[in-house]
Design a protein around this ligand. Structure first.
Ligand code: ZN
Length: 353
């Protein structure tokens, strides 16, 4: 991956290029934004731009061919330390940060980053999924963030600012990443072979909220079945309250047993609702003359009711607002089960009014 083929996040790229040119890079960056939009790839590209031997770090470019570039691509560059939460663990482990019990502080990221850089340039660390950093882990990392080795650069990657401990947040420069726009995502969908042609890619992009990870998941049959069922429930009158909350909970249970994945899924559910309400609003206000079938499945796909488009714009506005609030609460550690229950109760009430 090089900047030429990297998709999206132009403002962030410009910002880093500028900071590198002026040699004013902070030592710790907290990169936040939804999963599956390219934050980790972005961090690796920044690392590559600073370690590529064909260019000066101030030029902020990658050649893709020097030993450093090749090693970074292969994950073997001695000055780039990458850790991420292991699949079967719920947290980043202490071993990854400060070494195992037997060799505490003689292994792990906090130790390695203090070593002299092989390249003579700098040590760079990428820590993926800091959302899952437990207090003990955060405390050991904090010592490194407080007194960073000269020139060292640490990228912490998470999904939202609210999910990070205040101590970590206050020692980081925060870089926010937005979901990819639909054209960017459609391009990536095609490149990753998730759609055969550009029309299918765009349609999938419209349902995937700017995330390549979601696009891959949405293609799954059970996901699209659930999505159609959800839309049908939200669009029916009256809303079958027990059925709706049960189907959402069952969906979360089946695809996302673990905390972070569960929150991601819940956000996806709420995003579907927000899209649905927005599209109905556009139709109701005459901005759109037909309902977008990427958002509203056509009746032949099993949806017969079309009640949302008959609601008053104020009612649709209230539904959008309440659903956005629920979405924000997902990041504030509100239990997904309680959140689903409260949200379903309220949208049912608002829709009925
Ligand atoms: Zn290079």
């Amino acid at each position: 991956m090089d900047w030429e083929t990297f998709v999206g996040h132009h403002r962030q790229r410009g910002w880093f290029a500028n900071a590198a040119r002026q040699e004013r890079l902070a030592s710790t960056f907290l990169m936040v934004g939804p999963s599956g939009i390219g934050k980790r790839t972005f961090a690796r590209l920044v690392a590559k731009s600073l370690l590529c031997t064909r260019y000066e770090p101030t030029e902020f470019a990658t050649c893709g061919a020097c030993e450093a570039c090749v090693q970074i691509e292969a994950g073997t560059h001695p000055d780039l330390i990458e850790i991420k939460r292991e699949k079967d663990k719920s947290n980043l482990s202490m071993e990854q940060l400060v070494g195992s019990d037997e060799s505490r502080m003689r292994e792990g990221l906090c130790y390695e980053i203090r070593m002299r850089p092989y390249s003579g340039r700098r040590k760079i660390a990428i820590v993926d999924d800091v959302d899952t950093l437990a207090v003990e882990g955060a405390n050991s990392l904090l010592k490194t963030l407080e007194e960073p080795p000269p020139g060292a650069l640490i990228f912490l990657i998470g999904t939202s600012e609210q999910r990070q401990l205040r101590t970590i947040r206050s020692r980081s420069q925060i870089v926010r990443f937005a979901p990819l726009d639909q054209d960017e995502l459609a391009l990536l969908i095609q490149r990753h072979g998730l759609a055969d042609n550009s029309a299918d890619a765009l349609r999938l992009a419209q349902q995937s909220h700017g995330s390549l990870q979601l696009a891959a998941e949405v293609r799954d049959e059970s996901m699209s079945e659930f999505r159609a069922l959800l839309i049908e429930s939200l669009d029916s009158k009256p809303i079958d309250f027990p059925r709706l909350s049960k189907s959402i909970t069952a969906h979360l249970d089946s695809v996302a047993p673990d905390g972070q994945a569960r929150r991601d899924q819940l956000k996806w559910v709420l995003d579907i609702a927000i899209d649905l309400y927005r599209e109905s609003m556009r139709y109701r206000l005459g901005i759109a003359s037909v309902l977008d079938t990427a958002i509203h499945p056509t009746p032949s796909e099993g949806v017969t009711s079309r009640n949302l488009q008959r609601l008053a714009p104020e009612t649709l506005g209230a539904l959008i607002q309440r659903t956005q609030q629920a979405r924000e609460q997902v990041d504030r550690n509100v239990s997904p089960a309680a959140l689903v229950e409260a949200w379903v109760t309220e949208v049912t009430g608002i829709s009925r009014a």
